[in-house]
Design a protein. Structure first.
Ligand code: PLV
Length: 322
């Protein structure tokens, strides 16, 4: 019997967000996962398939994939090493250590940490756990859509799914889940912050691009290059993907509004998706004819994230709102 590490998260209707969007908004509360984000779905699935006879796992992460890897490894009785970039706040390093992981800081952004994790996997013969670029991760993430479909009930069909894009693993998983649910034509609104916008940049360029640097505070969206599969999905017509950007200020305002209205604290990476509602993007897309009017209910993947606490929130406010 394969063990599940993730939980079936609540699907909650938000009255205040529904008002802003002009249609019902359903929140898939992935912040409730044991490791604090949706990442545990894919990472749990990948580790079950690849790590059962392993000496240990090594994961490169902006934080949340590492939290998932540390949690899953602990449950499987395996040692975990998580390599993070120096942009990772001390609170995440502490939370990773609490999960029992050995933490190594390497380089400035995730791409540098990833190079070190790959090296360790090779030299120490550890199972490499990538944070977003692997079919097993996408297969695991797809369960988020299956659960939402079951909770919404037969005949229900969202008007769009809203999510954040870092390296594109969640996007690939959700697109797969939509196909499995018979919802392949439901558009996905893929949100990034300016300065962590590798997916949007690839779409604009018509090819994969590597950003010079990550200048956004949404460090968990900070992959310099989106995974090839995510880019292919945007080009192939297999899925309808609307790629949009918000500023860090908009993402932070969304984090604050979500805290005030829903009483839940999420990190900037998640704020990017919430900002689509709070900054009025939905009616704008309808006005542009990119979403229909009237619009069926929206499904928002509240991806969660451990890179936030009161102190971090205040520090982001001082940095971005002064
Ligand atoms: N974070 C990855 C990649 O970081 C990580 O290592 O944890 N929301 C949250 C809270 C996240 O942590 C991430 C990814 C995303 C959204 C985006 O997911 P992705 O990478 O699958 O598009 C560099």
């Amino acid at each position: 019997m394969l063990q599940h590490f993730h939980v079936n998260t609540p699907l909650l209707e938000s009255v205040s967000m529904s008002k802003m969007a002009g249609t019902a908004v359903y929140l898939k509360m992935e912040n409730c996962q044991p490791s604090g984000s949706f990442k545990i779905r894919g990472v749990g699935h990948l580790c079950q398939q690849l790590a059962s006879r392993s000496k240990g796992v090594v994961c490169s992460s902006g934080g949340n994939a590492g939290m998932a890897a540390a949690y899953v490894a602990r449950k499987m009785g395996l040692p975990a090493t998580v390599v993070v970039p120096s942009s990772t706040p001390p609170l995440v390093v502490r939370r990773l250590q609490e999960q029992g992981a050995a933490v190594k800081v390497a380089g400035k952004v995730w791409d540098d940490a990833n190079a070190e994790a790959l090296r360790l996997a090779e030299t120490e013969q550890l199972t490499f756990v990538p944070p977003f670029d692997h079919p097993l991760l996408w297969e695991g993430h797809a369960s988020v859509v299956a659960e939402a479909a079951a909770a919404l009930g037969p005949g229900a069909r969202p008007g769009a799914v809203l999510l954040s894009v870092g390296g594109g693993g969640l996007l690939c998983g959700v697109v797969r889940g939509l196909k499995d649910a018979g919802w392949a034509d439901v558009p996905v609104i893929a949100m990034e912050t300016v300065g962590a916008d590798c997916f949007n940049a690839a779409i604009k360029a018509g090819e994969l691009v590597t950003l010079d640097d990550i200048t956004s505070e949404a460090k968990c969206l900070g992959a310099k290059t989106v995974c090839r599969r995510a880019f292919e999905l945007s080009q192939s017509g297999e899925a309808t993907i609307i790629s949009e950007l918000v500023t860090d200020q908009e993402a932070l305002r969304a984090v604050q509004m979500f805290l005030d209205e829903e009483r839940v604290l999420v990190e900037m990476a998640c704020g990017a998706a919430l900002a689509a509602i709070y900054s009025g993007l939905i009616p704008r897309l309808q006005a542009q004819g990119r979403l229909p009017t009237p619009l069926r209910p929206l499904l928002v993947i509240v991806c969660g994230g451990s890179s936030i606490n009161m102190e971090q929130l205040i520090s982001l406010q001082q940095k971005l709102q002064s």
